[in-house]
Design a binder for this molecule. Sequence first.
Ligand SMILES: [Zn+2]
Length: 474
Amino acid sequence: MNSKITLFLLTMLITCFGIAQTPGAPSVSAGPPINPDKKACLTPEQRSDLIQDIKVNIENLRLDDKLSFSEQRRGNHPLFIWPVQKANDVTFNDFYSIYNYVDHNSGFPNQLTDFNCGTRTYDTTGGYNHKGVDIVTWPFPWKMLEDDGVEIIAAAPGQIVFIRDGEFDLSCSQSTTTPWNIVVIQHSDGSVALYGHMKNGSTTTKIVGDMVSEGEYLGIVGSSGQSDIPHLHFEVYENNVNGVGVDLIDPYSGTCNTMNPDSWWQSQRPYSDPKINAVLTHSAAPSVFPPCPTSETPNLSNDFETDDEFYFTVFVRDQTVGDIISFEILRPDNTSLFGNWNVTVQTTSPSWYYQYGAYTGYFEMVGEWTWRATFGGDTISHTFNVTSSLGVDETSFNQTSIFPNPFNDVINISSSSKVVKAHILDVLGKSVFSIEDDSNGIIEINPSSLSNGMYFVRLESDTNEMKTIKLIKE
Ligand SMILES: [Zn+2]
């Protein structure tokens, strides 16, 4: 890691003194591993215990005359909404990536077929074929767990037939022996949905027998039970004439879905769904993969001074080799490009991130900058503020103007302060004109040698006030 940082600092130095606006290669790019040793989300014993417990609960509800829906199939199956949503205070563009679908190939091990005839699923040497959809929090899964960042909601209305809470929720291994926290909902057609791996203490305050509506809060995404990263395991059974836990379905319709012909989603999301989950700025390098289960340290910041360190990240999901991700940095005038570059994706991965840093003195202009990325057909922008590191409020220098603007040769400077430095920068941030006069102050400059176009003039007073003004040469 240290050598990487050194290399990157070196790259940064070269870039700063070379072409200031173009960062080098990203210093880090990696996706989080999940379930590398291919263990089931539940042990066979846990699964049979769970199914037995659900059966007992349903039977008790029936005896108490509180069972709302028979497990005999009647009516149409529900149509699900997406079972997770971000909490109100989470500003990420998106917050999850799918790691595993249901395995339709009953053979094992490594005989994998998801609904789309791909292999985005897993099985085990012990004969477990993945029975649900694993929706993994991304980015900062552990921090999001800590902050209640991703909520599990009822994909369809129904009756709570099982809840378990109080179990350890920071599991780092599929070999964990503690059970998962889970809520199970039975729908009007008798089908049931399992929402597994919830955060300890997060499950709904409702109890078995209570009804929930579509979209109602059920819990927080956690890492309880056999899990090595915060995720929701969503598993669905239909038509339980044979008993709960027998007739597994896959809510996704697809050519290789051997379980059910039609989709159970109101709006089925794409098999692969390339997207930018977050475009962020940081005051220090974020810790993205601390040792499990340490919460990540995002070091998020949107406010910088010119000599502060700046780090930039973009978190994506479903990137495929050969994809292009475009990055841009825009100046405070929001039209001129400070820098732009493309990355060609080298590794297919459900989750990945790109980090650039550290820069100091990189952004020489004060104001609101924009850091943005384009991928998967979307451009996501993130703004950050840069103020002068001289500790001067720029408004204190506001009795300053230049004329004429547009200009041809001489520019007059009118200011209530004594202007001692004037620099002109081109749109790429390169200094193209510079003058200093500490004794008399500067009241006019003559950059007539510049070619026509847009520039920025940065003025500094004898009391270190700064002001930057957009300038047009005609
Ligand atoms: Zn799973």
